[in-house]
Design a protein around this ligand. Structure first.
Ligand SMILES: [Mg+2]
Length: 218
């Protein structure tokens, strides 16, 4: 059994983090919510299409230029805030990690790798996973790459845990061996979305451990 577990809203309380990130870093130093939103994404053209990404350094620089924002203090507060994000890790994560061996556990996160990396580092959890995979590609494709790279045995079941339904859509390559869990935490930003692709729907990670035991998944 190999488990691919998502970061945002699964391991990490992203909703609460985002609220505090805005208030305790930006609003505190004079930025408005509109300033924050307007400077959040940087846009670029790729293959004739406009794409966007988030780079906090660029945002800090853009906001620091405004005369009503304390640029130096903003940057300092940003680094202090990002240094320790342990309090945003959900309470059942420690229990879950204790039950699953590290070599079977992959943290897989979709999004801007730079900021995702900073968030994960702030939680000080990366050492608890066999591997951390970041990228802006389709999740099932990222998982297929890992399966190939590590030459995982055909007998190994592949468990995917995610809060976003679209990431649980099974691909042909993995279909036979996949078991998908749709996690709908009460704190999750996407808790109202239903998922027609998932094998199981759960509210927390403890429930998943219970199902793995009951169904004798190996
Ligand atoms: Mg997520």
């Amino acid at each position: 059994m190999k488990i691919f577990i998502d970061f945002d809203d699964v391991i990490f309380n992203t909703g609460k983090f985002k609220e505090d990130f805005l208030n305790k870093v930006f609003i505190r130093n004079g930025a408005t919510k509109a300033d924050f939103t307007k400077t959040y994404y940087h846009f670029f053209k790729k293959n004739g299409q406009v794409d966007r990404y988030y780079d906090p350094k660029k945002q800090l620089k853009a906001l620091g230029k405004k005369d009503y924002i304390r640029g130096d203090k903003l940057e300092k507060d940003f680094h202090i805030f990002m240094k320790n994000l342990k309090k945003y890790v959900f309470g059942d994560v420690a229990y879950f990690l204790k039950k699953i061996s590290k070599r079977d556990l992959f943290l897989i996160s979709y999004g801007d790798p730079l900021f995702q990396k900073m968030k994960i580092e702030g939680t000080h959890t990366s050492k608890l996973f066999g591997e951390v995979i970041l990228g802006k590609f389709r999740k099932m494709d990222l998982i297929s790459n890992v399966v190939e790279k590590h030459k995982l045995s055909q007998n190994d079941k592949i468990i995917v845990i995610d809060d976003l339904p679209k990431h649980l859509k099974k691909t042909k390559a993995l279909k036979e061996r996949l078991i998908t869990f749709h996690l709908r935490r009460s704190e999750g930003r996407y808790k109202n979305l239903t998922c027609k692709y998932a094998d199981y729907e759960v509210k927390n990670l403890k429930e998943i451990i219970g199902i793995i035991k009951k169904e004798k998944i190996v």
